[in-house]
Design a protein around this ligand. Sequence first.
Ligand SMILES: [Ca+2]
Ligand SMILES: [Ca+2]
Length: 94
Amino acid sequence: MKKLILLALTSLSLTAMANTDITHFVQIRFTALDTDNNGSLSLTELRGTNRGWMTKAGFDEAKQIKKTEDKMTQLDTNQDKQVSIEEFSVLHNK
Ligand SMILES: [Ca+2]
Ligand SMILES: [Ca+2]
């Protein structure tokens, strides 16, 4: 019985987490990618987000770089060649 309550509580708090704070999730993800901790993502740092699935998809090096540059252009709304957390969060707010 105790175990059941605990389980119910756990799933409740998980649901709450998923609903409340996308921003928190973005923050964690952003910080993980921002390897030089300057508060924005460079093309190289952004490439880290894409390398995994692109390699899996069988894209070669040149195609991966091109795709990452496209992504950068798409996200970098103020065109300073850096993706800020605000720009990055657009990805997760769709
Ligand atoms: Ca950075
Ligand atoms: Ca920017």
